[in-house]
Design a protein around this ligand. Sequence first.
Ligand SMILES: C[S@@+](CC[C@H](N)C(=O)[O-])C[C@H]1O[C@@H](n2cnc3c(N)ncnc32)[C@H](O)[C@@H]1O
Length: 261
Amino acid sequence: MIDALPGTVYLVGAGPGDPDLLTVKAQRLLRQCGAVVYDSLVPQELLELTSKSCEHHFIGKRRGHHSVSQSKINSILVKMAYHHTCVVRLKGGDPFLFGRGAEEAAHLNRLQVPVEVVPGVTAGIAVPAYLGIPVTHRLAGSSVTFVTGHEGVDKRRPTVNWRALALASEGLVIYMGVHNVEHIANELIEGGLDPSTPTVVIQQGTIIGQRYAKAPLSKLVEQIKKIGFVSPAIIMIGGAINFQVKSCAPEPAKVTMPIPF
Ligand SMILES: C[S@@+](CC[C@H](N)C(=O)[O-])C[C@H]1O[C@@H](n2cnc3c(N)ncnc32)[C@H](O)[C@@H]1O
């Protein structure tokens, strides 16, 4: 390791795909950073904001390869911090929402590498909004829960209590839920959620290629299988879906992803 003080690592939210959803602060940091470390949900257009001399490190999953381990990512970040005064760790959506941002921040902190988080627009709000769907509505309850559907794939995570959520939250926004949707839908219905509750599945929101389908909860699994939804997709469940205002939905953006979906 170089004998010098480390630079600062900024954990930056890239937003959910449309480059126009990048924050002003994120844009400024991308322009000035000496290295950017990014994953698969970050469009090429954001990397083009960086200077010619900026080092680019892609740590997303490539087809046919395992994803880069968290410890490898941590060591790249530390190494970059000792080579540059400003390093951007660019993550899809918001870094602190299902983004392992806090794990990376804690690691850098332990090694006395300065770190700062830059919040981003999360997919769970923006992806439904790009169809004119609000995640809450005054006439459709007073709560919404952001929840991962990825449980069960990685057994080290605590299991989500879907039955309890069925009645505790009037709206659910499920990240990474497509592969586990049968279990989720069954558990929610077992927990007392009305099978006629509206649901929507949205794949590749905010960008061209966006696909979506609405169905009552009882038909959600069938709908996902029929259309063949794949990641990245958001599943939203709750009465707020009925308050969609299609005419306010922005046009999806044309972007290039590091690994095409
Ligand atoms: C590891 S999580 C990261 C979430 C991110 N930190 C955020 O705040 O949006 C990745 C999941 O976010 C959701 N997601 C991210 N971008 C999306 C998009 N453009 N369209 C639909 N879902 C998206 C999908 O559920 C995807 O599997």
